[in-house]
Design a protein around this ligand. Structure first.
Ligand SMILES: [Zn+2]
Length: 356
């Protein structure tokens, strides 16, 4: 290729030749697995040691794929920007990863995504849960301020995909006067605590089963609602203790009424819950052990859609997910990450999902 001083000096056929060469080069580069590493390396604003989190890092040459490697000055670990992210040990090309995020943005099934990426379903399943693990940090760090609405929503327990040995144990029927007889069918519902503020910051987090308790409100709301000055809830007493302990003005709205006497309503949290219901209905039965991942997915999509135009969403999702630490691998992806002890939930019932 001759050296080009000014592209306007070229003849049309020379430009066409150039375009063809550029397209060819683009396809080769997209196909290289080390493009993933370069992508993560360029997206990370801060490189820290994946072993000890130290920021005392020096550059330490390049590996055989020409990817920058680093060394920790504190613990001597050698690593690259991808170590412990979702793309480490992933044998997918940059192009395949981008297709994955396009499918995710379209909420396609695992089967359809696998067909588009030309990989098997297990690869997609693992990648999906790796991505969802990587974005859970967004929920963990979310902060609400000003006026916020808090309410809980419920989902039925779903044991789909739970290994036989992890299924709730068969238990003998207990007598009705053992003190636990008040436990109702509600205990078979997963309780999701949630809140949204006037700036549309929000979270949805599994806190347990059955009606929400003061302790569960405390667990989900403390650290996130420090800068909230007014909290709007329904009339459950579980919210009263939190508001009192944290000196937050509480405005409660009676069920069946739209606004309370001061004009406050739960309109925003109710529409968040109905958006979630629409989102989850696409997936026809999500196992409870993966439910938090789907709540995080829903939240991630919603946050991205606030700030990013439709066509740029898949790449934005890829940028945000790949820079975070990933704790999921092929050995733990099937584990129960809901935090719910199914044995405890079913302990009071003469119930065995193995035989039902
Ligand atoms: Zn280190």
């Amino acid at each position: 290729m001759k050296h080009i001083e000014n592209i306007y000096d070229l003849l049309p056929e020379e430009i066409e030749e150039l375009i063809n060469k550029i397209v060819e080069a683009l396809n080769i580069i997209k196909d290289r697995k080390n493009t993933n590493s370069r992508f993560v390396d360029s997206e990370k604003t801060l490189i820290v040691c994946p072993r000890c989190n130290s920021e005392h890092i020096i550059k330490n040459g390049h590996d055989k794929n020409k990817v920058q490697t680093y060394q920790c000055k504190d613990c001597n670990k050698k690593f690259n920007a991808c170590t412990n992210t979702l793309v480490s040990h992933v044998k997918l090309t940059y192009e395949q990863l981008l297709i994955f995020f396009e499918c995710m943005d379209d909420k396609l099934s695992i089967r359809k995504t696998a067909a588009k990426m030309n990989v098997n379903k297990n690869t997609v399943f693992l990648l999906r849960h790796k991505v969802l693990d990587c974005i859970s940090i967004i929920r963990e760090n979310i902060k609400l301020r000003g006026t916020a609405e808090g309410d809980e929503t419920y989902e039925s327990i779903n044991l789909k995909g739970t290994k036989k040995e992890n299924m709730p144990r068969f238990s003998k029927p207990r007598s009705s006067n053992n003190g636990n007889s008040k436990r109702g069918i509600n205990d078979h519902l997963v309780c999701i605590a949630s809140a949204i503020d006037e700036y549309d910051n929000f979270f949805l987090e599994i806190v347990g089963t059955g009606p929400i308790t003061s302790l569960e409100v405390e667990k989900a709301f403390s650290n996130r609602l420090n800068d909230v000055t007014c909290l709007i809830t329904d009339c459950k007493t579980s919210y009263e203790k939190f508001a009192k302990d944290n000196s937050i003005r509480l405005e409660q709205v009676k069920s069946g009424t739209y606004k309370n006497i001061n004009g406050y309503s739960l309109g925003n949290i109710n529409s968040l819950h109905s958006e979630w219901a629409t989102f989850i209905s696409r997936f026809r039965g999500v196992s409870t052990k993966h439910l938090q991942h789907y709540l995080d997915w829903f939240s991630f999509q919603k946050i991205i859609s606030y700030t990013t135009e439709t066509l740029k969403r898949p790449l934005t999702m890829m940028k945000k997910a790949t820079v975070n630490k990933c704790n999921i691998n092929s050995n733990n992806v099937y584990d129960n990450s809901s935090g719910i002890d199914f044995n405890k939930v079913y302990a009071d019932y003469n119930y065995s999902p193995l035989t039902n």
